[in-house]
Design a protein around this ligand. Structure first.
Ligand code: HPA
Ligand code: ZN
Length: 338
């Protein structure tokens, strides 16, 4: 059977990824081999058993395994290998720019130095730029289930690396940990010239999205699905052209949507929201960038024009400078033959 032309389009177009937790790209095979390399005990007999454990009813189910999984990451080389493997997937999927999240508190909290984590990730990203031509940015996330003092301490630890960190984010258990808990540390990050993003409206109510916009002063919302419950909020996000980094397979696996057929991406586009497609935690949710697009193609009537819009949005919503954005948009245009 010939390939669906929409899937061919997805393959052909260069794309930017704006919502990827690098620790969430830890494939079971690498988890297993790093566990052996570092003498870490995993509660699984083999790789298949790890995959079988990936059945989630909600965000917290996933997070429990995500934090357990990252325990195998111990040395600078481990963080390098993790990031390098992700960059190979970017190349396969024609992702030419990526803005990755990392969770320093997920590592410093178990005795791994900030420097080990950051330098491992950074050196892989440098090699990715030079050897694969993939540009990148790094966004440091605060874990919202911890308190704000912890986030302030992390921002201080990041001091020597801030010329290489583009922004701060907010992730982990959403419900019960509203953005308002972190207004002060985000304000300080903003004063330091850092970009700001936050997970909001994945499981949390529309109110959390208002808080992220008005209180955290975010440049993008990560997920934001539940904005659709409040038409005034949708209107506001559309007017502000505030990007939403949507993650279809994550949404399905974490039961944010009941079925991929019911995924609201087309509704979001029709409402004028600046949405993008992303993989979130690809090793846990079943796929990388193109898998996420293809899952939408398989389940919905996503059109070629909508795919092009999503791809253009990925560059427009990125933290690249104006010239780089324009260059990528021109390449997209050239591939489309206009
Ligand atoms: N949501 C919140 N926190 C996370 C996620 C997510 O999808 N992935 C990694 N940390
Ligand atoms: Zn996420």
């Amino acid at each position: 059977m010939p390939i669906d032309p929409r899937k061919q389009l997805i393959r052909d177009l260069p794309k930017a990824e704006l919502h990827i937790h690098i620790e969430g790209s830890l494939e079971p095979e690498m988890m297993f081999s790093l566990a052996q390399r570092n003498g870490v005990e995993l509660p699984y007999a083999n790789v298949e058993a790890i995959r079988e454990a990936y059945q989630f009813n909600c965000l917290q189910d996933f997070l429990d395994l995500y934090y357990q999984g990252m325990s195998v990451l111990q040395t600078r080389q481990d963080f390098y290998d993790l990031t390098w493997a992700y960059l190979q997937r970017c190349r396969e999927d024609n992702v030419v720019h990526t803005e990755i999240f990392f969770d320093p508190q997920g590592h410093t909290g178990r005795g791994i130095e900030f420097d080990t984590v950051f330098e491992g990730i950074w050196s892989a990203l440098q090699d990715g730029e030079h050897e694969l031509g993939i540009s990148s940015r790094v966004i440091m996330c605060f874990l919202r289930h911890l308190d704000q003092d912890d986030a302030f301490a992390t921002l201080e630890q990041a001091g020597p690396y801030l010329d290489r960190i583009t922004g701060v984010g907010l992730d982990s258990s959403e419900v019960g940990h509203p953005p308002s808990k972190f207004f002060a540390v985000f304000e300080q990050a903003g004063q330091m010239g850092l970009k700001r993003v936050a997970h909001a409206g994945e499981e949390g109510p529309p109110e959390y999205i208002y808080e992220a916009v008005d209180g955290l002063q975010v440049d993008r919302i990560d997920h934001g699905n539940r904005a659709l419950e409040d038409h005034l909020l949708v209107q506001r996000l559309a007017e502000l052209k505030l990007p939403l980094t949507v993650c279809p397979q994550s949404n399905l696996r974490l039961a944010v949507v009941p079925d991929m057929k019911a995924h609201p991406i087309r509704t979001m586009l029709a409402a004028g929201l600046k949405v993008t497609v992303n993989s979130d935690d690809p090793a846990y949710f079943g796929g990388y960038m193109n898998d996420n697009f293809n899952a939408l193609v398989d389940a919905t009537d996503l059109s070629a024009d909508e795919i092009i819009k999503l791809v253009r949005n990925s560059f427009k919503a990125s933290f690249l400078d104006k010239h780089a954005k324009l260059a990528h948009l021109k390449t997209v245009q050239a591939i489309l033959g206009h």
